[in-house]
Design a binder for this molecule. Sequence first.
Ligand code: FAD
Length: 401
Amino acid sequence: MSSKDTAGAVVIGGGAVGTAVACYLAMDGVDVTLVEHGEFAWGSSRRCDGHVVTYDTPPGAYSQFCKYGQDMFHAAEKFLPVDFEFSPEGLGLLVDDERDLDAVCANYEGKKNEGVDVTLWDRDDLRHHEPNIGDSILACLNFNGDCKLNPMRLCQGLAMHAEANGATLMTRTSVTGLRTDKGRITTVETDKGLIHTDNVILAAGVWTPLLADMVGLSVPVRPRQGHVLVTERVRNLVGKNYAEYGYLLAKGGKTRSDATPEMEHFGVAFVLEPSHAGTILLGSSRRYVGMNIRPDPTVMRIIAQRARHFYPALADTRVIRCYAGLRPCTPDAKPIISPTPLQGLFVATGHEGNGIGLSLITGKLISEMVRGQAPFMDISYMALDRFGTSSVTHSAGTTTA
Ligand SMILES: Cc1cc2nc3c(=O)[nH]c(=O)nc-3n(C[C@H](O)[C@H](O)[C@H](O)COP(=O)(O)OP(=O)(O)OC[C@H]3O[C@@H](n4cnc5c(N)ncnc54)[C@H](O)[C@@H]3O)c2cc1C
């Protein structure tokens, strides 16, 4: 770990979002210091899947934003110094309820008209590609450009590339306060000393509201818990990444026609990601239970049952570990990538279940904002003031530890 008591910009948080912000700032010539309480990917970014997707957004501006964010990984694969196991192998949405078929076809047409590479498999096509699929699964809507990666390796690669471009990396360092003077940010207090700076980027995921509160700023982000089960290594069971069609509804907090009361209660919807190591990641759940990341055996059981419904052969496969993580969730489920009423203070959080996939585009946009450039695409709908909560309530000059 290195340290410096001045910086052009200080990024707080070393998850996927913070490391990406630091990486793009450093590549764009800003003297940046990245401060992380633990090690890189210490928070939500090591407790998630690694999907980089477009399947879960309806056609429109936000869908195009996600697509641009996804495309950036193809370039990053060439310049990052770490193999982050990037695989653009596609993701399929599995349909097990006849009542969803009309909506699936409409989704297929809408995405196709937007230029997304989608294909629709009927029952026979699906069995041809996935011989181990459950008998009751009817169809699959494939997003052929969707990708996966290893989030921890991504964070490591982004941090290393930032450092190679001049960034100072401070791990095992906690931010304990923020100082302002005459309506602008001046200083970051850490448990290792002060850093004087003109720019601070709050990229601390679910902890961002605590940091924002140090200067009296309200950032409406709530932790939304999710579970992931990891199986032993298996060969030739499954071809690529899948989710159930109802995952879209569960994510949007909507009721599903074929979900059991338990599935609804814990927000369980099937998602599967084969890893490069040969294990399979199975998820997931969605619940608001504060900062609790203790895995719940009931949720684990429901996820395992749901996985067996889609892949009966998983019944013979052992689960070797389980973890729970927290998605940083905003009221409208879109990120906050934004300046604030305090000059030099920016917010980059609230990506819910897409923080890995949207990390690079967030880094690029924040770098533009810090350098005083107009964002390369319209992201006014991601501004903090859309919640009407961005007023600074503490008096200027306040330091809050
Ligand atoms: C079960 C589950 C599955 C998911 N699957 C996917 C997926 O497939 N694809 C996807 O894109 N997203 C997925 N997500 C969402 C993804 O995990 C998050 O959106 C993303 O990790 C958020 O990254 P972040 O950098 O904003 O936050 P974090 O990774 O939480 O990073 C914030 C960092 O800030 C640090 N910090 C906090 N306070 C301080 C302080 N005072 N001083 C210094 N440092 C501090 C923390 O230690 C932490 O490392 C999933 C989430 C869950 C829970």
